[in-house]
Structure formats: structure tokens, C-alpha cells
Design a protein around this ligand. Structure first.
Ligand SMILES: *Cc1c(COP(=O)(O)O)cnc(C)c1O
Length: 399
């Protein structure tokens, strides 16, 4: 079957909750993917940063196959020999004390919100039913009803109410706006250190440090959502490290499994995650041995191949090369590490058509919001591959 036929079948039988580029991928390796017609593309999205280690990384695939031959699922009714090691390795690597494993990013965010509320009632002493959680404009945390409750993107909420009470919105990047919203009932502040879906928005220097201080002063938990910005994408293991802070809770997902399996987690302290007692929260697949084995190897690859450092260095290079393109379409080039947003001027006519042009030239990337092209290739990309990608970007952007 060819591209057209696959698309027709998907359009007929699959729900239309996405608007993908019309490329049908059947094979991938490292930074490259191939479509069903045999055409090769450089992947500059990396499945929204789930494939930081590169597609089908041989070590991760081997860990997955080996574990699949042993045991894939025990449920948490029984213990397995992978979960303890993943929890220990994650804590040693990140400096947190405890891990709660889940599957998707949205589940990790939900878990963090539940932990924060329970902590608020059991530890902080907020009156039952009164807990407030503060979130930011332009945030993205996933698609459950409670998470879209605090989205400021009209489409994410349209038709999905009634929503969950207990959330407040403040302006992203504005610590004063956050400070004003704090009340004695505030239990947590959830924030992305760099907003990914929001258009690769880096907040002003000092913002995270300031909100971290305000959280400490007011006994409010700081939750940084690092599902996209974390695990090397930003050029540090976590993007919050740019400001030398230590949040109370961190959500991770996406690259935690190198794109091989859905694995997410909440990292925190005993004081916070300790509020969960047996039966309070759970997931059939959360902490399953297959996911844990894949995650353990994905983390080892990240460290041993120095992908965090590579992201920092090549990100600077990628942005510098993009800035050399002679074009009047670009408003701003921003980001940290290999987490790059190219914002086009409104006159440029929307980012989608440039993504479609790049696809024809063999580079896959996706518009985020109307005017931003996000470049977030697997962190295993080489300098030569960046040069080639920039050459293609030049062809679509140069006047
Ligand atoms: C992708 C993402 C999520 C949701 O992850 P899913 O696995 O799609 O549920 C949450 N937060 C951030 C910052 C993300 O980028």
C-alpha cells in the first residue's frame, strides 16, 4: 500500500483528533525515518522529545526484547525485580528521594496534583475541599479533564466541561502575578520550566528562582513539569537546573523510555509522596517490569552517550546556524539546548506551510501554535546532520 491508501484508511476508521503531516512512517533509526514509499526524512520533532535517545536505539531495543522474554506485567499486586532498581537509579541520578511510576505524561501530572492536594490536607492543614493549585497561562500538561481545566487554550476545553474546581491561572514568566494569587489554601504551583507546546517559551532569567523562593516562603509545593523539557532536551538534565533550584516535585515522561514504551513518573521527597497509603492511587501498568527495564536502559544511554552535554553544545550551534539564514519571515529564534522555537512573523502566513515545505525536502518538524516551528531532533544528531537540516530550512525561509 502507498501513502495515499494508508491515509484514506486512517481518515475513514480513526478518530480525527490530530492533524498530522501526510507522511506515513514505517521504519526509523537514530535521527532518520523512512516512509512507506521509501523516502527518507530527518526527524526534527523526535515525537515531542520522547525519542531523545534516537529512534530504535539498539541498547534500549535489546533491553526491551530481553525483558519481554522474562516478564512484562505483574501489576502492583505483586512486586517485580525491575521497579526497585528504576526507582533507586532515578533517585541517585536526580537527587530526589522517592519515585511514583505511571505510564503517560498526563497520568504523571494527575499524580502530582493528587499528591499536592493530599499533602495540603494531611500535612499543610488546609481545610478539606479547599485546596488550590496555581497554574500558568499557555501551559500544557496533558488532556485529562482536570488538566484541561487549567488550560488557557480554548480548543482544549471546548465541549469538555464541567471542569474540576480548585485551579487558578497566573501569567507565565511573571512572579508578581504568582505571588498575588497565593492564599493560605494554596497547596501547589505547577509550571513548565520551558513551555514546549506553548511555543518553546523560555521564561525571563530569575523567574524560576523567584517562584521557588515564594513557594518556600508560603509553604506551597513547587511542581515543575519536565515531561518535555527534561531528560536532556534543554541542555541540562532538567531545565530547572538553569536557575539552581530544587522543586518539590518533578514530572517526567516522554524520553524516560526513549520512545519505546509509555513510561512516566513523579519524583519527589518522602514528605510529599509519603502521603500516599496503599490503595490511595495506582495504575495497572504503572511500574510494570517491561516499562521499568526500558526506562533503566534509556537513562543509561542518556548518561553514557553524554546526550545532555551534546544537547547543550549542538543546541547553541543549531540556533547560531539558523540565525545566519537571510530571511525577513523570522521574528525570533529561541530555546535552550536542542529545544528550539523559530517564531515567524504573522505576515509569513503561518508555520504549517513551511513545515510542509520542509517535509518535501526531507525534514520533519511540526508547527506549534500558528506561528512557531519547533526544532527538537533526537539528541544523537551530528553536526553534519544539523548543517544539512539548516540548509533545508534556508531553502524554505530565504526570500
Ligand atoms: C507531552 C506533555 C505532557 C503530557 O504527556 P502525555 O504522555 O502526552 O500524556 C505533559 N506535560 C508536558 C510539559 C508535555 O510536554
Amino acid at each position: 500500500m502507498n501513502t495515499r491508501e494508508y491515509i484514506e484508511i486512517e481518515e475513514k476508521y480513526g478518530a480525527h483528533n490530530y492533524h498530522p503531516l501526510d507522511v506515513v512512517i514505517e521504519k526509523a533509526q537514530g535521527v532518520w525515518v523512512w516512509d512507506v514509499d521509501g523516502k527518507k526524512y530527518l526527524d526534527c520533532l523526535a515525537a515531542y522529545s520522547a525519542v531523545n535517545q534516537g529512534h530504535c536505539h539498539p541498547r534500549i531495543i535489546k533491553a526491551m526484547k530481553d525483558q519481554a522474554d522474562n516478564v512484562t506485567l505483574t501489576s502492583r499486586a505483586f512486586r517485580n525485580n525491575q521497579l526497585p532498581l528504576l526507582c533507586k537509579e532515578l533517585c541517585e541520578m536526580t537527587g530526589f528521594e522517592m519515585v511514583l511510576p505511571m505510564n503517560s505524561g498526563a497520568e504523571a501530572v494527575e499524580t502530582a496534583l493528587k499528591a499536592a492536594r493530599k499533602w495540603g490536607y494531611k500535612v499543610k492543614g488546609v481545610q478539606e475541599g479547599q485546596a488550590e493549585i496555581i497554574a500558568c497561562t499557555n501551559n500544557f500538561g496533558g488532556r485529562t479533564i482536570s488538566i484541561v481545566t487549567f488550560s488557557t487554550e480554548a480548543q482544549y476545553k471546548d465541549g469538555f466541561g464541567p471542569f474540576t474546581p480548585g485551579f487558578k491561572i497566573v501569567e507565565y514568566g511573571n512572579a508578581d502575578s504568582f505571588e498575588k494569587a497565593i492564599t493560605p489554601n494554596t497547596v501547589a504551583f505547577i509550571v513548565e520550566p520551558i513551555q514546549g507546546e506553548g511555543g518553546v517559551i523560555v521564561p525571563p532569567d530569575g523567574y524560576l528562582k523567584k517562584v521557588s523562593e515564594l513557594c518556600k516562603k508560603n509553604n506551597v509545593l513547587l511542581i515543575t513539569d519536565e515531561i518535555q523539557s527534561g531528560l536532556g532536551r534543554s541542555g541540562k538534565l532538567f531545565a530547572f537546573q538553569y536557575e539552581g533550584i530544587m522543586p518539590d516535585m518533578v514530572t517526567i515522561g516522554k524520553a524516560l523510555s526513549g520512545g519505546c514504551y509509555p513510561v512516566s513518573a513523579v519524583l519527589s521527597s518522602k514528605a510529599v509522596l509519603g502521603v500516599f497509603k496503599p490503595g490511595d492511587h495506582g495504575s495497572t501498568f504503572g511500574g510494570n517490569p517491561l516499562g521499568c527495564a526500558v526506562a533503566r536502559e534509556s537513562l543509561k544511554v542518556l548518561i553514557e552517550e553524554k546526550l545532555v552535554e551534546k544537547s547543550f553544545e549542538f543546541g547553541e550551534y543549531f540556533r547560531a546556524e539558523l540565525r545566519k539564514i537571510n530571511t525577513t519571515h523570522v521574528k525570533e529564534i529561541r530555546g535552550r539546548g536542542l529545544f528550539i522555537g523559530v517564531e515567524l512573523k504573522p505576515e509569513a502566513g503561518g508555520a504549517r506551510k513551511y513545515c510542509e515545505g520542509l517535509m518535501k525536502l526531507g525534514v520533519l518538524c511540526k508547527e506549534t501554535h500558528e506561528h512557531v516551528i519547533r526544532f527538537a531532533p533526537p539528541l544523537v544528531i551530528t553536526k553534519e546532520e544539523i548543517d544539512w537540516a539548516v540548509e533545508q530550512v534556508r531553502k524554505v525561509l530565504e526570500n
